[in-house]
Design a protein around this ligand. Sequence first.
Ligand SMILES: *Cc1c(COP(=O)(O)O)cnc(C)c1O
Length: 358
Amino acid sequence: MTSFFRAEVDAMTGYIPGEQPKSDSKIIKLNSNENPYPPSPKVKDVLQNFDWEWLRRYPDASATDFRNAISEVLNVPTDWIIVGNGSDEVLNLVIRACTNSQSKVVYPMPTYILYRTLVEMQPAQKVEIDYPEDYKLPIDELVKVDGAVTFIATPNSPSGHIVPVEDLRELATRLSGVLVIDEAYVDFASSDALSVVKFDNVISIRTLSKGYSLAGIRLGFGIANPKLLQGLYKVKDSYNIDAIACAIGAAAMRDQDYKNSCAEKIKISRVKLSEDLRKIGFKVWDSQTNFLLVQPPQGNAEYLYLRLKEQGILIRYFQQEGLEDKLRITVGTDEENQVLVEALIGLYPSPYQGEGKG
Ligand SMILES: *Cc1c(COP(=O)(O)O)cnc(C)c1O
């Protein structure tokens, strides 16, 4: 049968997002790493006071107010910032601006699987390199490929580990292509990689979806030298950030205290949830994010995922090599995490049942 699509599009699977239940349902949603707390009250003020008549105008194409707010908070010049409709858009801009059919796009696995989707839709070649068991960055292997674009998520999903900044610096100096440092979970981590953007070939990418509880408004941004941003600006949709999102982003960014206080709560809950899961026999990887990668005692990850779903608790199961026996669980509120832990205890016959209670 003839197809209307490019060969690359016919061949690709497409990204499968975490399930989104209807907003009125009582589901406990721990599958997409959303923040369990509402956005800053300053965001509510913006929405309540937004002058609706202004919507007849096109928005500011470079989202100046939002970029100024980022600049103030992170202490980087405004012309080092590009904003996207979610950080996913910025990731896509890099691939679209920097690759052709001969280009290689490289990333260590397992990682954010959207990278695969973004490469597959372009005429570019993907090169996936396995992380070793201890998640040490395979620098030599990545350098050997020397892709037009190299993606490193740090902290990484679904492993939750952070890549040491020295490793990123070494990678930046040894690569001739662009190094994308995806810092989606930086708000929950003990350190960041912002200092690495001083290298000409490096862009750090951030999002307001996780730390700022704004997944629904779609805001992300990239930080890099203006020369690197120039090409990204050319391929960006002119009005990728709408006027409401721009105002919300600026307000949320300027309310660091609120964001940090939510992140602190989540980090405390992360410790408690890790301990509770270990008590019932789970292997839990150390996490610098708002989620945990876990391995159930009998490796029956898919079974647990399905049983929890029946009980209205959504967690993430990846049908992906190396992850079949693992689950990714977003850290919710303490109440949500408690419901999850009790449901898991209920799914296990003794000896797990009694453990940890004494
Ligand atoms: C959630 C996530 C993103 C996407 O963020 P958006 O800004 O919502 O598009 C990017 N990278 C990683 C690793 C993520 O987990």
